[in-house]
Ligand binder design. Structure first.
Ligand SMILES: [Zn+2]
Length: 59
């Protein structure tokens, strides 16, 4: 099957792949959207983007 990197790797905080129907971007709850930890490192939950893909439950 397709094992190539057609999509970027998901961050631990992502609940769905980008573009997934019923999902949307949200502020990372770990770093509050800053993308950094208090130590000044990239937030491990969102990968430093400050945002995560949330599953917006439609049902
Ligand atoms: Zn984060």
């Amino acid at each position: 099957m397709n094992a190539s990197n057609t999509q970027p790797p998901l961050n631990p905080g992502d609940q769905a792949a980008p573009g997934t129907p019923g999902s949307g971007e949200g502020i990372c709850p770990v770093c509050s959207g800053s993308g950094k930890t208090p130590d000044g490192k990239d937030c491990p939950n969102c990968g430093g983007s400050g945002r995560i893909i949330e599953g917006i439950g439609g049902g």
